[in-house]
Ligand binder design. Sequence first.
Ligand SMILES: Nc1nc2c(ncn2[C@@H]2O[C@H](COP(=O)(O)OP(=O)(O)O)[C@@H](O)[C@H]2O)c(=O)[nH]1
Ligand SMILES: [Mg+2]
Length: 351
Amino acid sequence: MKAGIIGFPQVGKSTLYRAAGQGLAKGTVTAVPVPDPRFDKIVTQVQPKKVTPATVIFEDDIEAVQPSGKMFSQRFLDDARKCDLLLHVVRVFDTPMAPYHDSVDPTRDLDAVEVEMVLTDLSIVENRLERLQKSMTVKNPGSPDYLEKALFTKIHGPLQDGTPIRGMDLDEEEQKIVRNYQFLSGKQCVVAFNVGEGEAAVTPPQVSALMEGLLKKGTQSFTLCATIEEEIAQLEAADQPEFLESMGLAEPAANRMIRAIYDALGLVTFFTAGENETRAWPLARGSSALKAAATIHNDIAKGFIRAEVVSYADYCEHGSLDSAYKANKMRLEGKEYVVQDGDLLHIRNKS
Ligand SMILES: Nc1nc2c(ncn2[C@@H]2O[C@H](COP(=O)(O)OP(=O)(O)O)[C@@H](O)[C@H]2O)c(=O)[nH]1
Ligand SMILES: [Mg+2]
């Protein structure tokens, strides 16, 4: 699952990318470990030889949104469409470097990009509706063209009113068509408001209002100071708490942002707590135990017998898998079991 970083030039996209990479970011694409205190706790208790956290892929080679002329270049569109989620960085820090606007105005910058996404999608919908007029099958109920026309007619009005597709109420079938078209306003989006060093601990009122508005539309957003976050990411783990405290921060803001992205991607985590390897696995919310097994290895899914499941709450209560098993907290579940966030799994299998 890939999160693409987008925004105007010089808003802190690359700084944020390096901060999210927790000192490990190389090049322009990095698998970023998802901070998870539950996983840390399991690792501390199990002391495995190998530790593998869940990751989200961050991409920082999407061309900047153009401040003048055509905002989205073809290269921007090609790259952004390949992402599962767009992380939109909006500048709230003052800088003489911003080549487009000298004033700080997050409302203007956020709206400009949101509106352009909606307009880009609107023009695709309109073109397609025009072409569908000539379709031979568009009048046959149930045909792909019929379904597409119904959907595009439905979303056309709201798009004209400026509603992003992600904010519309669509059923599973409709969402599938939307995904096929890779509509920008239909992608999950998380907004990062990049504030100045002096504002890292207190959110400016204008930004609070924007965040509230976004949340009403189902979009998560964050304030963070990318330059401070980059500094934090470069510190040794032991030195982080003191630095965070001096900045008035409870934890790196980047951690919360990464978790929000993971959540917006529709992912939950299950754990395998082995002595050789303890691992956190991302899984689409609502997936079955069989899907979880296939995530680990196809052979394990093929030979699936039963899933041994201990909930994270039971694991915590008993302090270890052994104790949880002894206390009869292990459930045997079949292929159809819907894996819950935080479950510890062991797949019994024939392979
Ligand atoms: N004061 C301040 N400067 C920042 C912040 N984030 C980024 N910058 C600076 O803005 C400039 C552009 O940052 P960069 O990450 O390269 O922007 P990009 O063009 O969006 O990738 C650099 O000089 C950064 O150090 C921030 O939170 N506060
Ligand atoms: Mg950059």
